[in-house]
Structures are given as C-alpha cells and as structure tokens.
Design a protein. Structure first.
Length: 303
C-alpha cells in the first residue's frame, strides 16, 4: 500500500531550533527527510503545537500529550471526509481513558495554509500531517439514518487508507478479558481450504502487533502445499465494542503489507533479497514462541 504525501508550503515562515531555517522550508521536505528527524519534537507542526498549547487550557495540553504518547487518533465525522466539525478522539489502549478535540480547535495549534480549509483535499492534508509524526488515523462517518450499517463495515484495502498492520495490537485487556480483538481469514471462497486465526491464539495478544498474526498466517499458507495464488482473498476483521471493521485484500497485497511492516521495524532485513527467508527468520525469532497450542486456546465461559 503506497504512502502518498502531499507537500505543502506553509505561510508565515518563522525560524525554529534557533537556526536560519524557516518552517516553510522544513515542512516542504520529502517523506524520507521528515522521518530522519531524531524525535517528534523536531517535527515542525508538532513543535509548533507543543509551544502554543502550553499557553492554553490544560484540557488541550492533555489531548496533545496523549496524542503524541499513544500515536493513534480516531476522527468521527458527519461527512465522508474530515471537516472543521469533525471530532478527534484519542483512547488509551490500557486504561481506555479518552480525550477529545474538534478539528476546528486542533488547527488553532498548527500552522496550515489558509486555503487548505476550503480545499477538497483537506482530509488528505490532515491525514498526512499525522503520518509525518507516525500517528495512525482512523476516520469513521456518523450515520444516524442507518446506525447498524455504520457500525459494521467492509472495505477493500484500496478504500482503507487508515488501515495499518504495524500499529494496532491484536487485542486490549480491560482487566477481565481481551477485547478490541482481530481475526484473519485466508481464502474465504473455499471453506475446506480456508485458514482462520483469532487473537486468542497468541500469548498476551495485547502486547503483539497485528502484523505478527498476519505473518504467521501467511507462512502457514505458503507452507501448506496449496498453490499460493496471488489473488486468494484475505479478510482482516477488527471487533471493537459493537462495531466490526473488515478490510479485504488479495494474498499478494497481504504479503506486501507484512513486508512493509517488518522492514519498518527491522530496517536491516531490507538488505536480504529472499523475502520468504526473512519471514522465516523473523517468525522463528519473535513470533513462534508466542503461538499457543490448539488445546490451550482460551475461550469465554459462555462458549
């Protein structure tokens, strides 16, 4: 899945880091240059927000502190795009504590080009702003007319720009049980040869990223002896509260997502030409010991 980054040249240039470099020059750098910065506080829009928020109400400081700590935000909107009225929500995956801020207030702390507010690419602008700081963005559209449909959606990977394998964990522990969990199915058109796995197959799924489960399943399929056709359908479903979010893709697309997530965590593996061997090495070193035997998979008491 490609990462398209819109390069914006910000107005009102001003000096940062006590150097002659202006914000309009730094922000227009490419993706690679931005990510070469040593920490979040050196990303221009983050630095600007942190400086401005110190002079505001504590509730704003809590929101931004939580946003940069958790690095994940969900945006709720009445429209199929981000607007000034959209609500940004940050949820702590361990305590379930929440912080909210509307987009209209958010942009008060960020330098943005004035014309961007009326631009049809405002949604992409906000998303890319978050991506520069490695913050995961999820956009959900409120549908008061059909609440059930809005709570259960199925999307193709091409229509799910907010979907990532590297960020989300397999589940969240709420003090009593695992919730907000994932499942993955390969080849849903052929029940006999389908492969299925749920987050409860792993030890401590609240500590394991989603791409670990995807890699485990991909290797099972590749080693099953069944021809690994590139167009085999794959479904990854996230069960959260009363909502289900299913993302569909081809097996070849799953492999690309796995490789991208793996290399983002372990850049040196990009030097290996044989991806299958890389998958095997990483699985043996980091994932194999986390898989529970089938007879030890936990089930709810009702089941």
């Amino acid at each position: 899945m490609s990462n398209n980054v819109v390069e914006w040249r910000f107005w009102n240039p001003r000096k940062i880091w006590d150097s002659p470099v202006s914000i309009q020059v730094v922000v227009s750098h490419t993706w690679a240059t931005v990510h070469s910065l040593s920490s979040l506080v050196y990303i221009p829009w983050v630095k600007t927000a942190l400086e401005r928020v110190q002079k505001r109400d504590p509730i704003f400081r809590e929101f931004f502190d939580s946003l940069f700590r958790i690095q994940s935000v969900s945006i709720q909107s009445d429209e199929p795009e981000i607007t000034l009225a959209s609500i940004m929500k940050v949820t702590d995956p361990e305590t379930n504590a929440e912080w909210e801020l509307d987009v209209a207030n958010f942009i008060r702390f960020v330098d943005i080009p004035p014309h961007a507010l009326a631009d049809e690419e405002f949604t992409e602008f906000i998303s890319n702003l978050m991506n520069v700081a490695d913050i995961t963005v999820g956009l959900s559209v409120n549908d008061n007319e059909n609440d059930e449909a809005s709570q259960n959606r199925t999307r193709d990977i091409k229509d799910a720009p907010d979907f990532l394998l590297s960020k989300p964990l397999l589940a969240r522990w709420d003090g009593k049980q695992f919730v907000d969990d994932f499942e993955l199915v390969i080849n849903t058109t052929d029940v006999e040869n389908s492969l299925y796995i749920h987050a409860n197959r792993f030890r401590n799924p609240h500590e394991i990223p989603l791409w670990h489960m995807a890699l485990h399943m991909a290797l099972q399929w590749l080693e099953s002896g069944i021809s690994p056709e590139s167009n085999i359908p794959v479904e990854i479903t996230h069960y959260k509260d009363d909502m289900t979010d299913t993302v569909c893709m081809k097996f070849s697309e799953l492999l690309e997502l796995i490789y991208d997530a793996l290399v983002s965590q372990f850049p040196l593996y990009a030097n290996f030409w044989d991806r299958f061997q890389v998958f095997l090495k990483v699985h043996k070193k980091y994932i194999d010991s986390m898989i529970l035997p089938l007879d030890e998979i936990p089930f709810d008491e009702e089941e």
